[in-house]
Each structure stands twice: as C-alpha cells, then as structure tokens.
Design a protein around this ligand. Structure first.
Ligand SMILES: *Cc1c(COP(=O)(O)O)cnc(C)c1O
Length: 477
C-alpha cells in the first residue's frame, strides 16, 4: 500500500485530528496574545524542495500545524485590535469546516441545491439585519473589496444603459464617459474596484473631506455642478481610521439631482444599522443603490465572506452573469449564486453566514456591536486622561486613533509606542498615517473582547507610552 492511500488513515481520524489541532490553537489563544515570528522566519520553516514522493496524511497535517503555528498572528484573540478584523467565531469556523468537507461547488442551484438555498435565506436575513431594501439582491463574495467591485460593476452597467450603451456587451471603448465622485478618505479598495472596472483610480473627482474623513456635501455639490451624463457617487459608511460616516442624507439629493448611482462602501460601518443605539449614524444609507459589506468583520464569520448588495437585481445580474450551454437555466424565482458574483466555481459561502446569524440572532449581533462601541469609547476616554496621549478622532463607533507626544517628536514617539506595544504582545495594534501624522489605530471588533480585555488594553498602552516617554525624557517617567 502506498502511503498516500487514505485507506490506512480513516477520514474520521484525520478530520478529528485536524479539529483537535484547531481546538488546541483556539483554546491556547486566551492569554497573552503573543507575537508571531516574522515572514523570513516563516518562509525558512516552510521552504523545502518540491516533494517527489507523497507523505502520510496525518504526518502532513501534523507537520503543517507545527510549521505554521509560529507564524500565526492571534487575529482571533480578545485583544487583537489591528486593521479592522473580525475574530472568525467558532460557530462560523465549524460551519466553514463543513463547507470544505461537503466540497460543494456552489455555482448553481442544480449543482448544489443546499449551497444555493442557504444563500437565498441568508441573503434575506442579512437584508433584515442591516435593514436594507428587501428587494435587493445579494452576492456572496470574498470580502468588501470584491463587493465594491460587484456593486460598482452594476453601477457602471446601469448608468450606461440609461444612455443607451450596453457596457457588458460592448465594453467601455466608445462609451459615453462616466463621472465618478468619491470621498478623499475613501478606502483604498474602493479605488481598486474603480481600477478593475476601467474607470480608473485617478480618473475621479476626489471630493474634499472634513477632519473626520467625511465627504463634504458642499464640495460634492461644487464638483458635480453643471456636469451631465452618467454619474456614480461612491460613499463610505465607516471610515477606516475614524469610523465616521459620510453625510448620506446631504449627499443623496445632490446625487439624485444628477441621476447618479450611489454606492456605499460599508465594510464594517453598515453594521451600525443592526444596533438601535448607533443605527442613527447610518440612517439614510438604505436609500442608496448598492452596498458593499463584510461578513468576516462585524459578523465574525471566517474569511472569504463579504456581501455585494444591489437594489436593482437586474443590473446586478447583467453585470455578473456567466452563461454557457452546459449551465442549467434558471427558472422564475430560482437563484443561482454565480449570477451575483464574478466567479463560477466557488465554495458554498452561505453556510457560515447562515450559521452565524442563527447563532447570534439579531439580538446577539446588536449586543455585540453595542459592546464594542461601549468598549471603544471607554478605552478612548481613559487614555485621553494620560498626559501626552491624544485621542485624535471622535470615537463614534469602534475605531480609535491615538497620537503619542506633542509636536515634531510625535511621529517618532507614536511609532516607538506602536513598536513597543507590538513586542510586548499583550495586545496588537497597528500604525497608520492620518492627516500626515502617524497614529496608533485600534479597531474594537473581535467577538471575544470583554471589558476586562479593554481594561488590560488601557493598561498596556499606558505602560508602553510611559516607557517610551521615560526613555526619551528620563525626568518625565
Ligand atoms: C476592510 C475594508 C475594506 C476591504 O474589505 P476586505 O474584506 O478586506 O476586502 C473596504 N472598505 C472598508 C471601509 C474596509 O474597512
């Protein structure tokens, strides 16, 4: 028997072994979150010549765990505040294990009835939770980058169709130009989506923003004044650094007066709509035309989970449809997942979303968001009392940006504090540039984060800053 023959390794014991490795990893996560090795070290551990002969299944899996573990960052931990990252909730992970094990190609509903049906239901639940138009269509994509791409593809098709141009058939060469307006502090992936669509990341009206990164409606009005023809306005619900929302209720009338399609990048911020105490921040966004949001951020699903939501389902389908004689036709009322996303073959992304919404329920989702907002405000409030720490943004949601030290030295001191926090390993927070200055950014968006974690976070940041300040000015320590 060749050693790659699975008959010497029952599937059951292989899967259980993998699950036990997974559980051991997650159970060890609690404390402290630690620091991974760097890329060069991780590469050195994986690096090996191309294998000639196969190896036994359990040996491969055991060795994969041993090789990968030192280079894994504790993104699922309770004090991980880097970027804007959900914590891959265990229920979503379990559903995701099954998604992989079932091996469904969820491109169409004939191929995988369950894989397609679960998306139909999860899509409806999502529209309920986010309180978006129930007639909208939902594409299950990899994340908000892909969702921005899909939403803006639908936008591109629809605004050109109105002037008699079929971009899906005829492309952009010779098409009437589309005016695109986007806030100066939009997420970089919204610009990428424009790039992928032939609209160009620089061929846009970059609209001036205020101190929180919100698009200024008066600047938008001036930029589009007198413009005619197809137009798309890209708005943002939840700015990466500040958590701020574009003033959608001022933007919409301007956009409407120009017949523009309004797209929303709401990767995390759109979820404010799921909690009554912060939903007013995102009120009015339901009147937009398309929305991009993530499952792997505030809903805590594992990665490979974002949603492209489009009010005009026909524009959505027109932009994404893949037709071939060997693909089954879709009857009235049926839904093929692939009609709303760029891919044909794809994992059954709906299962994890379905499991997470069932597990948390609307109440659980609202409570988690409320807790994160409260903890973010507590962290900001407490740190603001520490001499030399400035809370740079208005903490309205879950994002906090901090500045350490005054004046010209601030950039260096802020970076030193970030480096110290990262090497201490009690929490993880990264750095960012905001208004030409370095800041430390924290995103409170991990399901396991508790008040105790928030208190330890305050202590860890304060201690790191005091050390940095002491080293730089021994008299002040
Ligand atoms: C995270 C984020 C994105 C990108 O989403 P991915 O899921 O990483 O593709 C886009 N816009 C905003 C505002 C984000 O926070």
């Amino acid at each position: 028997m060749h050693c790659t023959d699975l008959s010497d390794t029952p599937i059951r014991s292989l899967f259980i072994r993998a699950a036990e490795h997974a559980a051991a990893y997650r159970e060890a996560m609690a404390d402290p979150i630690g620091t991974p090795c760097d890329y060069a070290e991780a590469l050195a551990m994986f690096d090996a010549p191309t294998p000639e002969r196969g190896e036994a299944a359990t040996a491969v899996i055991d060795d994969l765990v041993a090789t990968a573990t030192p280079g894994l960052r504790a993104m699922t931990g309770p004090r991980f505040f880097g970027w804007v990252i959900g914590a891959s909730h265990p229920v979503g992970v379990a559903a995701d294990f099954l998604t992989s094990a079932w091996g469904q190609n969820a491109g169409n509903h004939f191929a995988s009835p369950a894989g397609a049906a679960v998306e139909t239901v999860a899509a409806r639940w999502l529209l309920d939770v986010l309180d978006l138009p129930r007639e909208a269509s939902v594409g299950f994509v990899t994340g908000a980058t892909a969702a921005n791409y899909v939403g803006l593809a639908a936008a591109r098709g629809a605004v050109l169709k109105r002037v008699g141009w079929d971009v899906n058939a005829n492309g952009l060469f010779g098409a009437p130009p589309i005016h695109v307006a986007i806030g100066d502090d939009a997420h970089t992936t919204a610009f990428s989506a424009l790039q992928f669509l032939g609209l160009g990341h620089d061929r846009v009206f970059r609209i001036a923003t205020d101190d929180q990164g919100r698009m200024r409606a008066d600047a938008l009005a001036r930029a589009v004044d007198g413009l005619n023809g197809p137009m798309i306005v890209v708005t943002q619900a939840g700015q990466l650094n500040t958590g701020a929302f574009d003033p959608i209720n001022e933007i919409l009338p301007i956009a409407r007066a120009h017949g523009a399609w309004v797209h929303v990048d709401g990767a995390f911020g759109l979820w404010a709509r799921a909690n009554a105490s912060v939903s007013s921040l995102a009120a009015g966004y339901e009147h937009a035309d398309s929305w991009a949001t993530d499952g792997h951020k505030w809903l805590q699903t594992p990665y490979d989970c974002g949603y492209a939501i489009v009010r005009d389902a026909e524009a959505h389908r027109d932009a994404m449809t893949i037709a071939a004689s060997y693909l089954p036709p879709v009857a009235e009322g049926e839904r093929d997942p692939t009609h709303f996303v760029p891919e044909l073959s794809r994992r059954a992304r709906g299962f994890a979303t379905y499991a997470m919404i069932r597990h948390l329920g609307r109440e659980g989702i609202a409570a988690m968001i409320g807790r994160h907002v409260a903890l973010a405000s507590m962290i900001a409030r407490e740190l603001a009392t520490e001499p030399g720490i400035e809370v740079v943004n208005e903490v309205v949601l879950n994002q906090i940006i901090l500045r350490f030290g005054e004046g010209d030295a601030g950039d260096r001191l802020t970076r030193e504090t970030i480096a110290r926090i990262q090497s201490d390993g009690v929490i993880f927070a990264g750095g960012a540039r905001w208004r030409d200055r370095w800041v430390m950014r924290l995103s409170v968006i991990s399901a396991p984060t508790t008040e105790r974690d928030a208190r330890r976070t305050i202590g860890a940041i304060r201690a790191a800053w005091r050390q940095v300040r002491g080293v730089n000015d021994p008299g002040a320590a």
